[in-house]
Write a protein that binds this ligand. Sequence first.
Ligand code: SF4
Length: 318
Amino acid sequence: MYSAIHDAIAAWYGAHGRRDLPWRTHRDPYRIWISEIMLQQTQVKTVLERFYFPFLEAFPALADLAAADLDDVLKRWEGLGYYTRARNLHRAAKLCVTSLPQEAAALEALPGIGRSTAHAIAAFAHDAPLPVLDANVKRVLSRFFAREERDERILWQDAYALLDTRRPYMYNQAMMDIGAMLCQSRNVTCNACPLQSGCQGQNDALRYGRAKAKKSVPSRHRALLVLWREGKLGLIRSEERFLHGLWGFMQSPLPLEGRALGSFVHRYTHFHLHATVYEPADAPDDERLVWFDRSEIATLSLSTADHKALALLDALSS
Ligand code: SF4
């Protein structure tokens, strides 16, 4: 039904697709998986420039990741955020040890691998005829089929309906590129788009494929406690779900007796942290505290907010 459009997509991808991205120059399921997980919440440019290569240098194969300490994995993930991704990668590697399963259903059963990621690994590594449905592809499909509502069930139906089952690798890569390059959320270039001949939404494209309005994000006001003992700083391991396993300053509600050293705001997706770096008048005696000198701290995995607090301390002491 869509064979002319499939040919147009193939021709467009051959001429304009981002075929030189390093995770597109091979069929290694492990490296494809790492790239897919990194790209879930992070832009291509950031992944390319700062994270993809160092991570693979540290853990060149699945067996290396399976054998690694979680702390080392978190350290390599530092700055990428959404640390659950790193913990799930590590858990999945330990379950698989030497090779990832080939079937999408088995991939989807692993920690941190959703349906779209499972399809991406299966299609890109093994040519499985399955559609990928990331945020870019959802937007393209919503416009192509003129869907005003974001309904996952319908999106999957549409994804299967348009899929080029003869060329799933090329088709899925092209759809992601079309979303990133031509059919952007606030900018559409329909004239250059290989889907244009069948696109039902092109005359009013911005009406379709809109992401749900973001809820307003709450603020948390916290003191990050600077605690010294014999020239060492006291840090604790976070037990919060999204930073679990990372080291950081102990936090306390404000107001508090003591001395404020400086403040900053750090924006997480689900809340904004208004942090005051604080020397409390009474240091808490907490058994979770572990004492580190500055060179030891450099080897730990810290969240970006804790790095900001540390930079503030460094600036004050220099
Ligand atoms: S024709 Fe326009 S609206 Fe339709 S998919 Fe292409 S860029 Fe998006």
